[in-house]
Design a protein around this ligand. Structure first.
Ligand SMILES: [Zn+2]
Length: 131
């Protein structure tokens, strides 16, 4: 079975970021559709699913790769922002983020060290904060 699937997928595009994103989008549309019950919404969800699967099983890998690259370029800023926010969230548990009062440089301080003097790495200004 596994071998058959691998044979089937050989020479095909497979999943990439664009088709994954489309499947997620379609799932969200289906979810929303459960509450609002709109024909348009379920049609869009269906078409999105269909196109995502078409891309996964497509043999025109060059074209699909171009589409994916286009998609990645278009969403680059959004993805970087999302990654930054995610890092921020996990960091918040262990670190404080302070801004230097002089130059507004962001400074990351590990939590749980009590009152400490912080020296700004950029302008060498010193200030005292609770960590
Ligand atoms: Zn500074």
């Amino acid at each position: 079975m596994r071998q058959k699937l691998m044979d089937f997928m050989r020479g095909r595009n497979g999943t990439d970021q664009l088709s994954m994103c489309m499947m997620w989008a379609a799932c969200i549309l289906v979810f929303i559709d459960m509450f609002v019950r709109s024909n348009i919404l379920s049609t869009i969800a269906f078409v999105t699913f269909a196109f995502a699967y078409f891309r996964v099983f497509s043999r025109n890998i060059g074209k699909r790769r171009d589409e994916n690259t286009w998609f990645l370029n278009k969403t680059y800023k959004l993805r970087m922002w999302g990654r930054k926010e995610r890092n921020h969230m996990t960091m918040r548990k262990t670190h404080h983020i302070y801004r230097c009062p002089e130059c507004k440089q962001k400074i990351r301080i590990p939590k749980g060290k009590g009152k400490i003097e912080i020296r700004c790495p950029k302008c060498s200004a010193r200030f005292i904060k609770n960590s």
